[in-house]
Design a protein around this ligand. Structure first.
Ligand SMILES: [Zn+2]
Length: 166
């Protein structure tokens, strides 16, 4: 029985106590997972690995797979990861994070509403934004409340609805 050495930067993750699954967590909650395909035998053929890139384990969508699967030996899987690790990545949201890493709903200065939008323009509340790909972020100053695409929470603009002029 031979277990491959866990690649640098990866961590073994539970598939029954053996080392048939490795995971690497990326900064924005995405992660890649390498397994031996059937996930339950420690003595696997090194040609038989499978890798895919996923969204946050607590992802709100059922299909949280971003890219893959890719089949190949360990070197091939790691090369695939190097080429695909940025797929589905959010823009840099570091300016919008609290000390604990969660995203802010309101700006620290002026308490303006922060709106997070996905690649298709869908809007998310701060809580859900950390679990999906965010392509745009900015303040939402004026207008009717929006609905979070994921949880349905109401996102009110900083100044409320635009008053109709007569
Ligand atoms: Zn939400």
């Amino acid at each position: 029985m031979e277990c491959l050495r866990c690649p640098d930067g990866w961590a073994r993750t539970g598939t029954g106590g053996n080392c048939t699954a490795w995971q690497i967590i990326l900064a924005d909650g995405r992660y890649a997972l390498i397994t031996d395909g059937d996930c339950n035998v420690p003595e696997y053929d090194s040609k038989d690995l499978v890798i895919a890139l996923y969204r946050n384990p607590e992802a709100i969508e059922d299909s949280d797979e971003i890219a893959g699967p890719h089949y190949g030996n360990l070197a091939s899987c790691l090369a695939w990861f190097a080429a695909n690790r940025d797929k589905g990545a959010s823009i840099d949201l570091s300016a919008y994070r609290n000390a604990d890493g969660t995203l802010v709903q309101y700006s620290s200065f002026g308490s303006y509403t922060i709106l997070y939008c996905g690649p298709k323009g869908e809007c998310y509340c701060a809580k859900c934004a950390s679990k999906v790909q965010i392509a745009h972020v900015g303040t939402y100053d004026e207008g009717d409340p929006l609905e979070c695409e994921s949880c349905g929470a109401e996102i009110e603009s900083s100044y409320g609805p635009v008053e109709e002029k007569e």
